[in-house]
Design a binder for this molecule. Structure first.
Ligand SMILES: Cc1cc2nc3c(=O)[nH]c(=O)nc-3n(C[C@H](O)[C@H](O)[C@H](O)COP(=O)(O)OP(=O)(O)OC[C@H]3O[C@@H](n4cnc5c(N)ncnc54)[C@H](O)[C@@H]3O)c2cc1C
Length: 278
């Protein structure tokens, strides 16, 4: 039987910044300070005693990170504190990034959708995070700010390994920039049930002049399936695209699924993407 011990909350410290600049100064000064947004991921680690951090930076006061905006050039800008419920209510998301709305609809239950944030999903960097394939397929850019300045990292370079990202200790994810997308957007999540289930496999894609197809939970990081995209774009038979896809994914057996099921499902999702975006 597994036993766990939750640490006493009194052993923890929560910093509440007055502004984004103050938050970045606090992060610069303290390497051990962990950003906390909706706390839906962090709390699981606190509860099970697996989270070692004891000092947190509460991002909730940073109202400027809650905005969804469209720039004159058509770029959709999503603040890091935007919640899934906000995505579902946003006409801008519905028009410019419907695959994000589709993902948001299937994340957690109402409580998680009200608290969980986009920045938290990217920061947690679980290979099964549902918005990760969406942002990969959309060729998004992650905006990282520190007291020293701002960096823009293409999402394809943001995930470095299992739960490892390009974010430095003194940086916050402040925004996600999504360029205008021409083409049909598509999202599908395969889990044990429709809500409150972590994905066994999750996929998103765009089919227009170019083709993008991204997957989660089939490798240590969420990934673009470049070889499969190339096969589809070259009008090769679907069986060739499946072969290409199998060569680039590295699914594993774990408590949610098996490597064999994940590989089969990834191919089935590619077929579905291709037929439904025709
Ligand atoms: C019951 C339950 C169901 C869930 N269902 C799903 C699901 O269906 N699909 C899914 O993808 N996820 C799911 N999750 C996971 C979680 O809800 C999401 O990953 C959520 O988006 C995390 O956001 P948060 O704001 O709560 O992050 P937090 O828990 O506050 O933070 C998560 C990580 O990101 C870092 N972080 C947060 N914000 C920033 C920032 N702005 N800059 C830098 N680092 C930051 C934190 O330091 C931490 O490491 C579920 C969780 C629970 C408990």
């Amino acid at each position: 039987m597994t036993t766990w011990t939750s640490p006493a909350i009194s052993s923890m410290r929560l910093e509440r910044p007055r502004s984004l600049a103050h938050a970045l100064d606090l992060l610069e000064a303290d390497r051990g300070l962990t950003p906390m947004a909706g706390c839906t991921d962090l709390y699981v680690g606190i509860h099970f005693g697996s989270l070692k951090q004891r000092r947190f930076l509460d991002l909730q006061p940073l109202a400027s990170l809650r905005k969804i905006q469209k720039r004159p050039d058509g770029t959709l800008v999503l603040g890091a504190l935007v919640t899934y419920s906000q995505c579902l209510d946003s006409p801008l998301v519905a028009r410019a990034l419907p695959m994000l709305a589709s993902a948001a609809k299937e994340i957690g239950g109402v409580q998680i959708r009200n608290r969980g944030t986009l920045g938290g999903n990217l920061g947690n960097a679980s290979p099964a995070g549902d918005t990760l394939p969406v942002f990969l397929a959309a060729d998004a850019t992650v905006v990282l700010a520190s007291a020293r300045g701002v960096r823009r990292v293409p999402i394809s370079q943001f995930f470095l390994g299992y739960r490892k990202t390009a974010r430095r200790h003194n940086e916050l994810i402040t925004e996600i920039e999504v360029p205008p997308i021409a083409g049909k957007q598509w999202f599908r999540k395969v889990g044990t049930r429709a809500a409150n289930a972590i994905s066994k496999v999750v996929a998103a894609g765009v089919r227009g002049e170019g083709i993008t197809f991204a997957l989660g939970a089939v490798a240590p990081v969420a990934m673009r399936a470049y070889a499969a995209e190339c096969a589809l774009g070259s009008a090769l038979p679907l069986s060739e695209a499946h072969r290409a896809l199998r060569s680039e994914i590295t699914p594993i057996d774990d408590l949610r699924s098996t490597a064999a099921y994940r590989a089969r499902t990834a191919c089935a999702l590619l077929t579905q993407f291709w037929s439904e975006t025709r």
